[in-house]
Design a protein around this ligand. Structure first.
Ligand code: DNO
Length: 348
């Protein structure tokens, strides 16, 4: 296991030197943020980012994300050009020492929450999701951190309309087409593609989502058995789907060598499709974080881990989900779990 931490680049209030001081931190998970989606990242920008990380004593082996242009997801004729650009990005990143690229294939919206600052009893701030509230929102006027906010409401409406002809089958075929185009570059330079599951794992605003369950993931691996076709095992995303058996999935996909990257976080269930995020500890929420770590270790998991979304605590007013303190506590907790489980598995 290689412990990493997400870093949003030089504008991130969390600095590399803070990250470096978290025990066992091997590297950061980052990206070139200001090149428009679909364009190739300049080599010098990649090299400069890598130098910043290395000078701080941190590796830059995981990129999250190289975003996928909507034309690729929509299967528009322009997709071939964007796929070529994507493959070129992969080559450039591989040459710069990157080993894993996290991406998602969710139409239009990335992760969605209905409250980014819910106050908890102890005064912390967390992200929360309430399905009824979300269903009542106008998708053309959403603005949330973490997804591409460069659309105007008009562009967004146009995009939503363009998806009307795209169902689960079409979207899945477009994903396979995309991966067929980029996996050769991944093989050339030794990069694992790690698709991020849908967050939350169900359709949104009538838009299809195709990576929400074990069945969905099995279908993707069956369609493309290439070992570089991997998964970001995101416990919070998959875990919001109550039918997902995370322990079984973690061990199964780790054993198959399909988990180059894990996002580990905790959620607490409320209604059937409602949840709030919380501290990483197993006892803090509904997911068996200890069991998941044990399942990963038993499956021979040897990938990158990052503590996913933390609360905002100790007066920090950080980017929702991405402050320093609670993610550092999460990393420390996860380090302890991995150490204990690995020790125990070796001795028994
Ligand atoms: C949210 C993140 C996602 C993730 C993308 C990957 O906190 O996990 O935004 O980075 O879905 O492309």
């Amino acid at each position: 296991m290689k412990m990493t931490f997400r870093w949003y680049g030089e504008s991130d209030p969390v600095t590399l030197s803070h990250i470096r001081q978290i025990p066992n931190m091997s590297g950061v998970v980052t990206a070139v943020y200001d090149v428009p989606v679909g364009q190739v990242w300049p080599r010098e920008r990649i090299a400069a980012l890598r130098a910043l990380c290395q000078n701080a004593g941190l590796a830059m082996e995981v990129i999250e994300s190289v975003p996928v242009h909507e034309d690729i997801k929509l299967g528009r004729p322009t997709r071939d050009l964007y796929i070529q650009n994507y493959a070129e990005n992969i080559r450039r990143l591989g040459e710069a020492g990157v080993r894993c690229v996290c991406y998602n294939f969710m139409p239009v919206f990335d992760w969605l929450r209905t409250d980014l600052h819910e106050k908890t009893e102890d005064g912390a701030n967390v992200l929360a999701y309430e399905h009824q509230t979300l269903a009542s929102l106008d998708p053309a006027h959403l603005s949330l951190p973490g997804w591409d906010e460069s659309y105007t409401p008009d562009q967004l409406s146009g995009l939503l309309a363009a998806y009307r002809g795209i169902g689960h089958r079409e979207l899945f075929d477009n994903l396979v087409y995309f991966l067929r185009g980029v996996l050769p570059a991944c093989n050339e330079v030794g990069i694992d593609m790690a698709i991020h599951p849908d967050d939350p794992p169900w359709d949104m605003f009538g838009l299809p989502r195709i990576l929400s369950s074990e069945e969905d993931i099995d279908r993707l691996f069956a369609a493309l058995p290439d070992p570089h076709n991997g998964l970001t095992f995101c416990t919070g995303s998959l875990g919001a789907g109550r039918d997902n058996h995370l322990l079984r999935m973690a061990e199964k996909y780790a054993r198959a060598g399909r988990i180059p990257f894990a996002h580990i976080r905790q959620i607490r269930y409320r209604g059937e499709r409602d949840f709030a995020e919380c501290g990483h500890l197993t006892a803090a929420g509904s997911l068996d974080i200890f069991g998941i770590v044990r399942a990963l270790v038993r499956g021979g998991f040897d990938g990158y881990v990052r503590p996913d979304h933390g609360r905002n605590i100790w007066g920090e007013d950080g980017k929702p989900g991405y402050g320093l303190y609670d993610r550092a506590l999460g990393a420390t907790y996860l380090n302890g779990l991995f150490e204990a489980v690995q020790y125990y598995e070796r001795e028994n």
